[in-house]
Design a protein around this ligand. Structure first.
Ligand code: SF4
Length: 687
């Protein structure tokens, strides 16, 4: 039996796992002593490897390249040579006819690794000639990146997962750690055991609310009003650090002007909270000697999410909770390598290391390194804009790697219409997902467990993960597939291994330069910034309170509250909010093919509903119900729970039956272009 040391492919907690291998089959997993998990794992870590043994419970593994030559026709298995030839000819024709911006590409925030994301964005920019590259950060923590880059200079957690248990106060806003990052939830419990105060802001009575000192069940859609009320109390009741503000920030008077009217009394109606509760929470946060704010999708998946995060960042700044251990701001990234996909430049405005495509010097640097005359300067499309860009005729080809937008993106009817209108759809994946089933070409890739590389955890930690087994089937590693297409298109791209790719990347990004494979092997975990080979990496950002902005000061900013886009009505009187479940991940193609996880939750989806609402609607536990919005109707089962607040229902997005994205709308935050998944008007009907 052999042991392979890897990193969990599910959430971005960055847990290290030993996979036990016999006869090229995984037989078990055990927690390894990683920096963030210290030997512990959640159930996805323990049981989420089973899909590697090709269980075929939900979907078959993709094992050979396939082409569908006519819309509506059948897939035909082909050789790799033929598939690469076909893809490169079709992409070349589309580029010639419609220009490079008619082609859209995705990186992948899932198990593929940083090296592949680097290669994919290089392919988009240097080979195709477009910045139309994006990843699923767009539908999760895009607003965190956008907001924190403006206020502090870096779009990432300021501090580390390991520090959470030594903070003195945790303000947890719209973040259900127990379901989305169980190992981070463990740290929260340890913090509580060590005496930290816990404040939870969430409409639902989530697991963490059970251990909270203060639970603020705010109305769905009132985040900005509550953050402004916190700022109002902190400033007007003198709980802020005047000296820190004077020395290290700018924008205080402008911030004060915005939040002035948002007294706790003023926001009572908007938030549904008592002024006294809000004041108590603000005092608890403001008086703490070391406070940390964590947030998740409950903050980011709104039409005003970037503003809310700027407000949260302002709370940390005015109280001096940055630039030292055990404090800070924590956007806890969802998928295992979503931080890495952004770090590697799989986004439309940034090269690797968040260097701007609009910056002439940066463009020249990358053009020289990649040996091309010019690189495109206009920012590309985001994945959330793409359906409309396809329907308007701007995008003709879509190269999707490791994403399943026909399951995970909002307003699926629009997405389906767009996908059907494409001239050419390439899907590079490991399973026959909903999107893969619509492809013109399928490029079957190796999975986590079958290749090696580097992931970045939510707290900027680079970790090397090993290959455990040889892949079965006629599959290739993602970066090799992309390199073959690039070469066929006339841009020779030859890498022998991931280390070559990583070393090329390091030389182009100051803040990753010292994060060598050797150092990762030595230390196990290297957090960026790591500017040179003598540097151990950075557990927290903004040492000496120097922010990565032109004048080194943090920016204080907030905004007026804007109500959610879709108002409730007589016909659609309830809020639908999408949420997570602990046993499954993303579009479920991986966890749905793991026997133990499938056994835990083998019933297609459910809708969580409050007992009072259920009783009013004549619904009993387990009843089949329709959930209907202005965009569609799905069938699912009722899960009656007092954890759901009155007037709102909650669904997870993994399930093919009861696919809640049939109901969601694609209203976007104007800055990050992240959808308002958390607020669609629906009704619920007993069948
Ligand atoms: Fe994997 Fe996240 Fe669970 Fe850790 S907490 S084992 S990274 S899913």
């Amino acid at each position: 039996m052999k042991k392979s040391l890897t990193v969990c492919p599910y959430c971005a907690s960055g847990c290290k796992i030993n996979l036990l291998v016999e006869d090229n089959k995984i037989i078990a997993a055990e927690g390894a002593n990683g920096v963030t998990n210290q030997g512990e794992l959640c159930l996805k870590g323990y049981y989420g490897w089973d899909f590697l043994n090709d269980t075929q419970i939900l979907t078959p593994r993709l094992k050979t390249p396939m082409i569908r030559r006519q819309k509506g026709g059948k897939f035909e298995a082909v050789s790799w040579d033929e598939a690469i030839d076909y893809v490169s000819h079709r992409l070349s024709d589309i580029k010639q006819q419609h220009g490079p911006d008619a082609i859209m590409l995705t990186g992948s925030s899932r198990g593929t690794g940083n090296e592949t994301n680097y290669v994919m964005q290089k392919f988009a920019r240097a080979v195709i000639g477009t910045n139309n590259i994006d990843c699923c950060a767009r539908v999760c923590h895009g607003p965190s990146v956008a907001a924190l880059q403006v206020t502090l200079g870096n779009g990432a957690m300021s501090n580390s997962i390991v520090e959470l248990e030594d903070t003195k106060c945790l303000l947890i806003f719209g973040y259900n750690a127990a379901d989305s990052h169980p190992i981070v939830a463990r740290r929260i419990i340890k913090a509580k055991e060590k005496g930290a105060k816990i404040i939870v802001c969430d409409p639902r009575y989530i697991e963490t609310a059970r251990i909270a000192d203060i639970w603020l069940p705010l109305k769905n859609g009132s985040n900005m009003a509550l953050v402004n009320a916190f700022l109002n109390v902190l400033i007007n009741e003198n709980l802020y650090n005047q000296e820190y503000v004077d020395r290290n920030t700018e924008g205080f008077e402008e911030l004060k002007a915005v939040i002035d009217k948002y007294t706790p009394e003023y926001v009572e109606d908007i938030t549904g909270l008592k002024a006294k509760q809000i004041r108590e929470a603000a005092y608890m946060y403001g008086k703490s000697s070391a406070a940390t704010i964590l947030w998740g999708m409950g903050v980011t998946q709104w039409g005003q999410s970037t503003d809310v995060i700027k407000g949260l960042s302002s709370m940390a700044l005015i109280t001096g909770n940055l630039g030292r251990p055990n404090v800070g701001v924590g956007p806890v990234r969802g998928q295992n390598n979503v931080q890495g996909a952004c770090d590697m430049g799989a986004t439309p405005k940034d090269y690797p290391g968040y260097q701007k495509v609009a910056d002439t010097h940066v463009r020249k640097k990358f053009a020289k390194a990649w040996k091309v005359k010019t690189l495109p300067e206009n920012p590309g499309y985001t994945i959330t804009e793409v359906p409309h860009k396809i329907l308007e005729g701007h995008v003709k080809a879509y190269y999707i790697m490791g994403e399943d937008p026909l399951q995970t993106d909002p307003e699926l009817s629009t997405m389906r219409e767009a996908i059907n209108k494409l001239d050419f759809l390439i899907v590079q994946d490991i399973f026959m997902t909903k999107t893969a089933a619509e492809a013109d070409v399928i490029l079957p890739a190796t999975s986590w467990g079958e290749h090696e590389g580097v992931y970045t955890s939510a707290d900027r930690g680079f970790q090397y993960f090993e290959k455990a087994i040889e892949p079965t089937g006629n599959v290739k590693v993602d970066w090799q597939i992309i390199s073959l297409i690039a070469t066929k298109l006339g841009y020779p791209m030859h890498y022998d291994n991931t280390k070559q790719i990583w070393d090329e990347l390091r030389m182009l990004c100051d803040q990753y330069q010292g994060a060598t494979y050797e150092k990762m092997a030595d230390l196990g975990y290297v957090q960026w910034p790591c500017p040179n080979e003598d540097h151990p990496g950075s557990q927290y950002l903004y040492h000496d309170n120097k922010f990565d902005r032109p004048n080194g000061k943090g920016l204080l900013v907030s905004a007026d509250w804007i109500p959610p886009k879709e108002q409730l009505s007589e016909e659609f009187p309830m809020v639908l909010c999408t949420v997570r479940e602990v046993g499954h991940y993303s579009c479920r193609s991986m966890t749905g093919n793991c026997r133990p996880l499938q056994t835990l939750a083998d019933e297609p989806g459910h809708v969580q509903i409050n007992p009072a609402d259920a009783s009013r609607l004549g619904i009993e536990q387990g009843d089949l119900v329709y959930v209907q919005s202005r965009r569609g109707k799905v069938i699912t089962r009722a899960d009656i729970t007092p954890r759901a607040n009155k007037g709102a229902v909650y669904m997870t997005y993994q399930w093919w039956i009861g696919a809640c994205n049939e109901l969601t709308l694609d209203h976007l935050d104007p800055v990050s272009r992240t959808p308002e998944y958390k607020h669609s008007a629906v009704n619920v009907l007993k069948i």
